[in-house]
Design a binder for this molecule. Structure first.
Ligand SMILES: [Zn+2]
Length: 316
């Protein structure tokens, strides 16, 4: 009696689980839509919170979203976990009947690409920087391992979705009456940063080349990043969408905080190297005038100094 009740319970639970997984993983309409804001005609952004990726937010912290053309939709970054990807997909369905034709991954970081699986279907082309496949291949296994430990999400190699098309310098894609210009940048935030310019509204989706309030994180080249910013600040954009932080409507003014922080790292570290000081001293002394200007300073600043010191140590 006891065991048959348990068997029955087990069967009910098993069926319930099958039914739930059917809804969660295959029926997007059962998924809660991600909140998105239409920042200008046809451009929708989900603004993330300034948090470290952890087991509570499961890595869903970045700004992600989509652009709607007359014939189809381009997704720009897919989120920090598969579930967020499905929620973004649901948000798109609620805003437009048009199909997704492109998924643009702005760079390799997990908070931007872990939702890719939600969009993997015929007719959808994934696009990334020419260095993105290499970065995904190099980091994929490590990321999968870390996802379980740090984000409490289960990923396998099938979640690391490589681009179908890569961008060497520029690429234009047409969503129907709406041309997007994709630019592959030299090494800056990472070695695989891609930005998206919507010509129709002169909006630049800058992703992690721009951090607002959240301390900029260097995973590429301090010098490279600064020189890209100096080049880009001469351009005029009506709107700029950062990878973390609020929408920018006063370009290039809102860029200055990030530029200053990076510039301070550059000059103070160069000075220390010139004086024969070591990395440990740099970590203790460089950049602390910026401490109270940024969220997550304590979490990322020392790492930035370490990365930058290693880069600058060998310059002429
Ligand atoms: Zn990033």
């Amino acid at each position: 009696m006891f065991s048959s009740t348990n068997t029955l319970k087990g069967m009910v639970l098993k069926n319930l689980f099958c039914l739930m997984s059917l809804f969660v993983f295959h029926n997007v309409s059962a998924v809660t839509a991600l909140p998105v804001t239409e920042v200008t005609s046809g451009i929708y952004v989900h603004f993330g919170n300034h948090e470290l990726p952890d087991k509570v937010n499961h890595g869903a912290i970045a700004n992600i979203g989509f652009i709607v053309g007359d014939s189809c939709v381009a997704v720009i970054d897919t989120g920090g976990n598969p579930e967020q990807g499905y929620s973004l997909k649901r948000a798109i369905e609620l805003k437009t009947q048009k199909p997704v034709c492109y998924v643009i991954n702005t760079h390799v970081h997990p908070d931007h690409i872990y939702g890719n699986i939600a969009f993997k279907q015929p007719g959808v082309k994934f696009i990334g920087h020419k260095n993105l496949p290499r970065a995904m291949a190099a980091r994929g296994d490590y990321y999968i391992e870390k996802a379980a430990d740090q984000l409490d999400i289960k990923l396998t190699s099938k979640h690391i979705i490589l681009p179908d098309k890569t961008v060497k310098k520029h690429m234009t894609i047409d969503l129907g009456g709406r041309v997007l210009v994709l630019t592959a940048h030299p090494t800056a935030h990472t070695d695989n940063d891609l930005t998206v310019l919507d010509r129709k509204t002169n909006t630049l989706w800058m992703s992690d080349l721009l951090f607002i309030d959240h301390l900029p994180v260097i995973d590429g080249s301090l010098k490279g990043w600064l020189s890209e910013l100096k080049r880009m600040e001469k351009n005029k954009y009506k709107l700029v969408i950062p990878g973390h932080g609020a929408l920018v409507t006063d370009w290039p003014q809102s860029l200055q905080a990030e530029k200053n922080y990076l510039q301070i790292l550059l000059s103070e570290i160069r000075e220390m190297i010139k004086n024969g000081q070591f990395i440990e001293e740099a970590i203790k002394n460089v950049g602390y005038s910026e401490q109270h200007k940024w969220k997550l300073f304590d979490q990322f600043h020392k790492r930035n100094v370490t990365t930058a010191f290693a880069e600058l140590e060998w310059e002429d």
